[in-house]
Design a protein around this ligand. Structure first.
Ligand SMILES: [Cu+2]
Length: 186
């Protein structure tokens, strides 16, 4: 006895390609309309005139590094970007973010692209998050002192503010590249 098994190949009709091209066409139509307007910047005031900082403060420290915090508020209808900062209290300031590294530790590093403050919005600079890093203090920062900080924006405008120095035990994140630097000695 001979049995032959027969396999039947089912023909598959696929409607997918036609569907995809229809979607592509309608997307084209949508983006086509949106590409017109948007070159009417009536008043593009300097970013530095639109930004203020609320509740600013600087962490006290005898030497080495410290950081400034506060809430940056943008009153304009344009997004603004802080690209650098300086202060007579330190030889150099950096704009830092705090991220989790591969080992699961929170470390800080220079943020790429600066601090972007949305139009009509604000961003919080706070311990364990974004902050203005004082890299090398020129003198001890004591609670009660006032520190002047100048922010520079992507349009080269600036904003200067005065921040009080406060004692604070946190904000001891390690640098991304400096793991053996275990906090600070007192
Ligand atoms: Cu930092």
């Amino acid at each position: 006895m001979n049995t032959t098994t027969r396999t039947t190949a089912l023909p598959r009709t696929t409607a997918l390609p036609r569907f995809v091209s229809l979607v592509a066409i309608s997307l084209l139509a949508l983006t086509g309309c949106a590409a017109t307007a948007d070159d009417t910047r009536a008043d593009s005031a300097p970013a530095g005139d639109s930004v203020t900082i609320e509740d600013s403060w600087v962490k006290s420290a005898d030497e080495g590094m410290s950081a400034a915090f506060g809430t940056l508020v943008n009153d304009s209808d344009q997004e603004v970007t802080v690209v650098s900062a300086e202060s007579s209290a330190a030889t150099m300031l950096e704009l830092h973010e705090t991220v989790e590294n591969e080992a699961g530790e929170m470390v800080m590093r220079e943020i790429e692209g600066g601090f972007v403050i949305p139009a009509g919005g604000s961003i919080a600079l706070e311990p364990g998050a974004d902050h203005l890093m004082f890299m090398d203090l020129t003198a001890p920062l004591k609670a009660g002192d006032t520190v002047s900080v100048t922010l520079t924006f992507s349009d080269d405008s600036t904003y200067e503010f005065q921040a009080p120095v406060k004692d604070y035990s946190g904000a001891n994140e390690n640098y991304e590249d400096g793991d053996e630097h275990e906090g600070m000695d007192h």
